[in-house]
Unconditional design. Structure first.
Length: 685
């Protein structure tokens, strides 16, 4: 009974609140306003209008025109440099900077750019132009490869992802980890019990989704096929080969025939007993990643025999195949008696000669000098495009950017350490066939099954084919919202809780163009069409399953965009219309019922700004605050210094000054009232 009563009271309060709204003229103009930007640094208001750039609340108020170009969007950087984009279907369209003293200066010409926007969490700045999305890098604007030939409609961020809606689907990009690659993913157990000492691995380019592997010494001349999830696909016996001590394998393309080939390196020599080493070249068979396990015999096309200069018997565990030179690279494993330890680089041509070749010494790998003896390179691979080299030790994975350099010159350069979680006797590593990450395979040891792990390259990926347009991320719900335009059955507001992969229709509405949230987590929607009758919809608000139109006071104005302006005295929604900028008076302040009693929203907690840098204000709607506490994402309580101010009866502001010792991240604010506990998620930048 109490629960039902609570819901009824909630709906009553919402109705009372919505009855109190009023659209107020904030900045009146005689021209269409496409976008509104408030600079928090100096309090200046910038309007992108059909006639140019309009400035208010400064010493330089007025309209600034750039010929007859229409100003479409504005952004002000941390140095107070004003960027504006002009888009009128003219050859003068593009990105400009502006100052009242010098006027407009072109940065570059772009035909009909769409928006310029700074990321909430990364502070990266994106510029949308037809056929690509650009990102600001220093003083330049670089293309993002994944968006070539795509139109990008919006850009949004959460603490962990970047999002972009395009004409070819919805994309996301993981930003939660440092570096170039994401954290380790467990793709699956190696299901074949025949693979217990996987010493090398390769990702097939001929059979995408198939991995090749082999066992260490004594494993027989067998290649094993499995898919990326570890399912066994077959055992392939290699006629003409002998497995004395296979330590690594590679994959490549025959430069003459263009056919895919597998390379198996018999180069292990723990006792340094063997003069001659072997590399077996095998045409790659066709395999399906979904086939049932097969037993197939394949054959060696030729064998490369070699020895090291001076007849030194090195132990090695790493084979690279360089398609640019059609040669094999061997990296030896460091020895105890080497001063400081060295991993030597040798090169052998891919020759079908019956002669024993002498490997060419090319130099040493620029590994850290403090790596332990016998703990040098255990595996490696060159990326499919030839531009990156990975070398693996038992404790680390190192990567070199090659560019146009030779292998030896590359491995003498500085490297970066990429993510790796130590595995049981983990030796094998391979780039995925598309270069979008790398696999490692552990050996079966101590009752732990051999496992396939993947480290994904952090890049833009298509998350969904949904034709999402405008998007907003609600940090308090940890939920992404997006608009599907038009009048079809999918039109309306959609939401996603898994970073844009799966979407649920939250609010069916035809013809909406924009969405935004206010400080109270109310979702606003708007319609921008300007030549519509006065009784047509302009703005609506959706909150906790209730939707209400807010068309009063708007007359015939079409709404081109909505902005949430986090100004302390009136944190609310601003709309850019055909006659200026209007502000929705903050309807969540106290209101009165017919008996002149104070009616408050149901006890709730909001914060602004959120995210914040140094200071966050937490506003509590509720009486009798007993305790305030803040916890980090691990549940650890943070030492809290805060000030409280009672705004009105039942409304209290708590100001938290998070000093520099408090790291960036997600925090939970808990406020204990006599009637219960309120919680709010806030983000410190």
């Amino acid at each position: 009974m109490m629960k039902k009563l609570y819901v009824l009271i909630f709906i009553l309060n919402l109705t009372l609140i919505l009855q109190s709204y009023e659209w107020v003229n904030f900045i009146e103009t005689d021209e269409i306003v496409y976008n509104y930007y408030h600079s928090e640094a100096d309090g200046v208001d910038y309007l992108a209008t059909e006639s140019g750039l309009r400035i208010e609340n400064s010493a330089y108020d007025g309209l600034y025109q750039n010929g007859d170009l229409q100003c479409r969007d504005i952004w002000v950087d941390s140095d107070n440099v004003v960027y504006v984009i002009f888009g009128s279907g003219s050859y003068s369209d593009g990105l400009y900077t502006f100052s009242p003293e010098t006027g407009f200066s072109v940065v570059d010409y772009y035909f009909n750019p769409k928006f310029i926007k700074e990321g909430t969490f990364t502070e990266e700045v994106k510029l949308s132009i037809p056929g690509n999305l650009l990102t600001q890098v220093g003083d330049s604007w670089d293309n993002i490869t994944e968006f070539a030939h795509k139109d990008v409609f919006d850009y949004t961020e959460s603490p962990e992802y970047k999002f972009a809606s395009t004409d070819r689907g919805f994309y996301n990009y993981l930003i939660g980890d440092e570096g170039l690659f994401a954290s380790r993913q467990n793709f699956g157990i190696v299901t074949s019990n025949l693979i217990d000492e996987a010493s090398g691995v390769a990702s097939s380019r001929l059979n995408q989704g198939v991995l090749w592997t082999h066992n260490d010494s004594g494993g027989g001349p067998f290649a094993y096929a499995m898919n990326e999830l570890g399912s066994h696909l077959g055992i392939y016996t290699i006629a003409g080969a002998n497995n004395r001590d296979w330590e690594d394998m590679a994959i490549g393309t025959n430069p003459t025939t263009g056919e895919a080939e597998l390379y198996f390196a018999d180069i292990g020599d723990n006792g340094t007993n063997n003069d001659i080493k072997y590399i077996y070249v095998v045409p790659e068979p066709v395999v399906s990643p979904t086939q049932q396990p097969q037993a197939v015999q394949i054959s060696v096309s030729h064998t490369v025999q070699f020895r090291y200069p001076g007849d030194v018997k090195y132990d090695a565990e790493t084979l690279l195949y360089d398609e640019r030179t059609d040669s094999f690279i061997i990296i030896t494993k460091r020895h105890q008696d080497d001063e400081g330890g060295f991993d030597r680089i040798f090169s052998i041509p891919n020759s079908n000669s019956n002669s024993v070749l002498v490997a060419e010494y090319l130099g040493n790998v620029s590994f850290p000098a403090d790596l332990l003896a016998y703990c040098g390179a255990t595996g490696g691979d060159i990326s499919p495009d030839g531009n990156f080299i990975l070398l693996k030790s038992y404790q680390h994975i190192f990567m070199w950017a090659r560019g146009n350099r030779s292998i030896a010159n590359t491995l003498a350069q500085d490297y970066v350490t990429v993510p790796y979680v130590i595995e049981p006797q983990g030796e094998a590593i391979a780039w995925r066939f598309d270069g979008n990450g790398y696999f490692t395979v552990s050996e079966e040891q101590g009752g732990i099954e051999a496992t396939i792990y993947f480290y994904s390259k952090k890049r833009w990926r298509k998350a969904s084919d949904k034709p999402i347009r405008k998007t907003e991320y609600n940090v308090n719900e940890d939920k992404l919202y997006g608009v599907i335009e038009g009048d079809g059955e999918d039109a309306g507001v959609w939401s996603s809780i898994d970073d844009g992969v799966n979407w649920v229709l939250e609010l069916p509405l035809e013809g909406i163009d924009d969405i935004n949230f206010d400080v109270h987590d109310c979702l606003f929607v708007s319609w921008k069409v300007s030549d519509i009758p006065e009784d047509y919809n302009r703005v609506g608000v959706y909150y906790e399953g209730n939707f209400t139109y807010l068309n009063d006071d708007l007359g015939g104005d079409g709404v081109f965009s909505m902005t949430y302006n986090n100004v302390f005295d009136h944190a609310t929604i601003f709309i850019s219309t055909t006659s200026g900028v209007k502000m929705l008076e903050d309807y969540a302040n106290e209101i009165s019922n017919s008996d002149n009693e104070t009616v408050l929203p149901i006890s709730k907690i909001v914060s602004f700004p959120n995210p914040f840098v140094d200071v966050s204000t937490i506003r509590v709607y509720g009486k009798n605050i007993k305790e305030v506490s803040i916890y980090n994402i691990r549940g650890q309580k943070i030492e809290l210094e805060y000030n409280t101010e009672t705004k009105k009866e039942g409304i209290t502001d708590i100001t938290w000054k998070a000093n520099q010792i408090i790291p960036s991240g997600i925090y939970i604010v808990k406020v204990k009232l006599s009637s219960g506990v309120l919680a709010k998620k806030i983000v410190k930048l």
